[in-house]
Design a protein. Sequence first.
Length: 94
Amino acid sequence: MEIIIKFHQTYFNNGYFNIPAQFNNHFGEHGNEIKITTPGTTFNGKINKKSTYNKHPRIMGGKYFRDWLKNKNLLNHEVKLIIISKNHISIELP
């Protein structure tokens, strides 16, 4: 399954991004770890389903993921997110 995600300013500055609600059942439970694979590196993040009003997943990539976004200059860029499993996603750059 593939999703297009745009890294808006908030995502870019904080190292997280939201998943559209219709994909909720493709992700693990709140608090589960999630592996984020990108070209050249892998990050360990967390699934947060309590920070949005409709309980859709927020992928918390953390400081290293945030720094990676900035290093790749992905502000306002769309990327392809591939769901490998409920606890593993891959990001393909444009």
